[in-house]
Design a protein. Structure first.
Length: 94
């Protein structure tokens, strides 16, 4: 029971950290990392809730799919960051 509360609390704290990073940062790399923290925290939250309800295979399938989508997203995003840096010379968003 205590481990369940710890997992849910950790995911909620990570969601808050991700949201804060998205709203406060002007650096593109920090924004991307904050969005990844937010995505992984939401995956952890969904996995924990499904585990608490007794599902065993559905959260695993969802997590594998979500992590693979996140990897594809971060590759495309960093390619866009490299192109932005080459054209502007900085990573700050104005």
């Amino acid at each position: 029971m205590i481990a369940d509360v710890v997992i849910l609390s950790t995911s909620i704290i990570l969601i808050a950290i991700g949201l804060y990073g998205l709203m406060s940062s002007k650096n593109i790399v920090r924004v991307l990392l904050s969005s990844e923290i937010l995505l992984n925290a939401s995956i952890l939250f969904v996995f924990a809730l499904a585990y608490l309800q007794g599902h065993t295979y559905l959260p695993v399938i969802y997590s594998v799919f979500a992590v693979s989508m996140a990897l594809m997203e971060i590759v495309v995003a960093f390619a866009a960051v490299i192109l932005y840096f080459r054209s502007k010379g900085t990573l700050e968003v104005e």
